[in-house]
Ligand binder design. Sequence first.
Ligand SMILES: [Fe+2]
Length: 354
Amino acid sequence: MKRSVLKWPSRPEQLGALALLGVTAGGAAIAAIGFEWAQAQSQEIGVYSGRHYNTDKKLYQQFTARTGIKVKLLEAKDDALIERVRAEGRNSPADVLVLVDAARLDKAADMGLFRPTSSAALKRDVPANLRDAKGRWYGLTRRVRVAVVNPKLVNPASIRTYADLANPALKGKLCLRDRKSVYNQSLVADQMILRGDAAAAKWVKGMTANVTRPYFTSDTPLIRAIGNGQCGVGLVNTYYVARMLAGDNGAADKAVASRLKVVFPDPAHVNISGAGVVKTSRNPEAAQKLIEFLASPSGGRGYAEANNEYPLKGYGSNPILKRFGTFKADGVSAEQMGAKNKAAVQLMARNGWK
Ligand SMILES: [Fe+2]
């Protein structure tokens, strides 16, 4: 069995019986999970989640309170979970697989890891462009990739679309996260779908010509660099800025983020976190119920707020997101973005995106 780096629930006793077969290697905790399948299978589901926000657990507890179905949670990085479900095959204790980014949901679906499901509730609550047409996965929260601007260096009004970031006037001022970022891959896929391959290639080439600093490996350091004036503008997911503004990363980051302006390109690229029922689930009905709960207006609001994301519809009630204002989603299908992922990575490589 393939073993992956795992983060264990902070209070496993709340989440049911977990059997740790743990060893360590390279300082990382490595463990395997065992579920007590003998007892009341109908009352328990296993959830593997690439989301890793403490507040998600509250939602699972609410679900249990409502339905009596217990949730056993395993959190790890998305790609590790995909590999794990594949390797476990029919022995997998996972009933629901939660992943971040349309490209990863699409990848898991292509690997045959999901079992198609359909319900009136899911059709009603999840907009058609944020779910798989075959019902293998459903979006649960929305995240928007935006321009973050340091107004001392770049006029926020000069950025109205993603295309504006290719303006040669931004030479030396634009900073980007690297090509390995699935968030950037999905953004490029989105622009290929919306504007065509040739226009997207020209756009990427123009942007990469503006980049003079090393590419970043995650969004938060990129936001800090913009706040500290090393960069004038960059592309990041809104929730990273919101997290800093909320003080979750400490006072210094809060001060940095408060100097910045979030600009929604018009129209804006919207990505998702989402979930599907695992093909080998022994309890697909209960698994589907959890997804329905997380997609519902009440469950979904909490799931989005846990990570300063947007719910499937509307803006939610997060006061920090309210400060960012409203955006117009470009409406591109998450499934199409996933399908374009490989082509997007190639286009990025060909046009200088490191
Ligand atoms: Fe993220």
